[in-house]
Design a protein around this ligand. Structure first.
Ligand code: 5GP
Ligand code: MN
Length: 339
């Protein structure tokens, strides 16, 4: 984002505007934190600001300040369409292409309002009038902090904004341990705590609200864990029957793939989760070091993301998806045994 872009955005926001903020399907902590953080900032000077998500999000996010005002496109379609039609500006946060919004793709791509993209995924599409894309950033929440800073308004960061931004930085960095976490990230986190973000409460709300069933599902996932030592790879499967057995709720499998990656001498981890309703296998990929799961997912599983964390999908059965994964691995053995 250039200085000129910032000057123009300042001008744009200096008079009352109707604003819609959207994020990707199956929103995570960074999606909810960044949209609501920006919402609390914009609502100080604009009356008409709405956050919309394509669909619902996990219960462990249903306390983030402002969360109850979010409209969900899949169940509130008419209201959302009207707001999108009438809006002056649409901020698109934490995704790089409209197809990542699922059912909102066509209405967003047809819409003529001014788009402002703020995102840290690789290869952003070129749909926005203003694009703030930086793949080195820990999270979109960190970028919202920088955005507010570029607009010269860090003084206006209050407890609500600080709490929202803390949520996304914490969740997207695996609690400040991934490589994208820099000293700058920590300096911003320190400022957010000074502004009122209660780090202990936020951590508890996100991570320490497990149900007994969720832990049993984790147990099932761990007992399905397999290792492919020659490829330094580990993977987990969860079938729809297993999900049903443990009363699966949205968000229950979040972070499970990291257990596979925590194994000694494993640098590539995957989880394959059957979704019979959508007729797909949802795939999460994680790596350590240079091995790019973004490339792997783009090449084989119709997805993408970041170097060390990406998502994808398969339309084969769970069994055939695993077979295909196993058959692909040997061609990566060299790269996987490189460091
Ligand atoms: P997860 O495995 O948690 O679903 O996704 C890991 C990361 O990759 C997240 O940052 C997510 O936004 C991104 N991601 C997941 N699926 C896709 C996809 O299909 N395309 C792209 N570009 N990014 C994805
Ligand atoms: Mn993110």
């Amino acid at each position: 984002m250039t200085k000129q872009d910032i000057t123009r955005i300042k001008q744009l926001l200096s008079t009352p505007k109707k604003i819609v903020i959207v994020t990707h399907k199956n929103p995570d902590g960074d999606a909810i934190g960044s949209t609501l953080g920006l919402y609390h900032y914009l609502i100080k000077s604009h009356d008409d600001v709405t956050v919309m998500t394509p669909n619902d999000y996990p219960t462990f996010l249903k306390w983030v300040p402002g969360e109850s005002s979010i409209l969900k496109y899949d169940t509130q379609t008419a209201a959302c369409n009207k707001l999108i039609e009438d809006t002056d500006i649409i901020f698109t946060l934490d995704f790089n292409a409209f197809h990542r919004t699922g059912n909102m793709e066509s209405v967003l791509s047809k819409n003529a309002s001014i788009k402002i993209m703020i995102d840290h995924h690789q290869e952003p599409d070129d749909y926005a009038a203003y694009t703030y894309s930086d793949v080195s950033m820990s999270s979109t929440c960190q970028m919202i902090y920088h955005f507010i800073d570029m607009l010269g308004h860090t003084d206006s960061i209050d407890t609500n904004i600080a709490t929202c931004l803390y949520v996304g930085i914490m969740t997207d960095t695996g609690s400040f341990r991934f490589r994208s976490t820099t000293s700058k990230t920590h300096r911003i986190i320190a400022k957010l705590i000074d502004k009122g973000a209660d780090n202990t409460t936020i951590h508890n709300n996100i991570y320490d609200t497990n149900s007994y069933k969720r832990l049993q599902l984790l147990g099932c996932a761990l007992s399905n864990l397999k290792i492919v030592p020659e490829s330094r790879t580990a993977y987990i499967t969860l079938s729809q029957n297993e999900l049903n057995k443990f009363d699966y709720k949205k968000g229950d499998t979040e972070g499970v793939v990291n257990y596979a990656l925590s194994l000694d001498n494993v640098i590539f981890a995957a989880i394959f989760i059957e979704d019979r309703q959508e007729g797909i296998i949802k795939i999460s990929l994680r790596s350590k070091g240079e091995f790019s799961v973004n490339e792997f997912s783009k090449t084989h599983f119709n997805g993408g993301g970041h170097n060390n964390a990406a998502g994808g999908r398969s339309e084969l059965s769970l069994k055939n998806t695993i077979e295909s994964f196993i058959s692909i691995l040997p061609s990566y053995n060299k790269a996987l045994n490189n460091d």
